[in-house]
Design a protein around this ligand. Structure first.
Ligand code: TYD
Length: 132
């Protein structure tokens, strides 16, 4: 069973030079899975709470490539932690069966999400009591 101890911050390789900054993410090297899906969230109001689900099979890596947001993760032991994402070269890895809420999006927030699974609504658990 995955717990919040399996939720890890990842610092990606970055090439910073006079031309600007470049960040690299390679499958099975910089993230512990093979990407099958990418989506991103922007224009979410600061009062909005997104996520509010766990996934039976999907792993994710969340990166605020612009701006800032917070992620609260909860596991089946009831343990939780809050991660602030505010640097484009830092991601948070979320394994399956971790409850997640994303919130406090800055006006300029672009939250990039990488996943190892194609979208399948049947593997989303959207009711917290079902999750518990
Ligand atoms: P949802 O998973 O609730 O987004 P968030 O976790 O950011 O709050 O998804 C919102 C809507 O978008 C929902 O109707 C499902 C749909 N959706 C897709 O069709 N494909 C996808 O890959 C994702 C992530 C969501």
């Amino acid at each position: 069973m995955n717990t919040i101890d399996d939720v890890k911050l990842i610092e990606f390789p970055k090439i910073f030079d006079s031309l600007g900054n470049l960040v690299v993410i390679e499958n099975n090297k910089d993230i512990p899975f093979e990407m099958k899906r990418i989506f991103f969230i922007y224009d979410s109001d600061t009062s909005v709470v997104r996520g509010k689900h766990a996934n039976r099979n999907s792993s994710f890596c969340l990166i605020n490539v612009c701006g800032k947001s917070k992620v609260k993760v909860i596991d089946l032991n009831g343990d939780e932690k809050i991660i602030t994402l505010d640097r484009p070269y830092i991601g948070v890895y979320l394994p399956p069966m971790i409850w997640k809420d994303m919130y406090e999006f800055s006006d300029d927030s672009i939250l990039l999400v990488l996943s190892d699974q194609l979208y399948d609504e049947s593997e989303y658990i959207r009711d917290f009591s079902d999750y518990r």
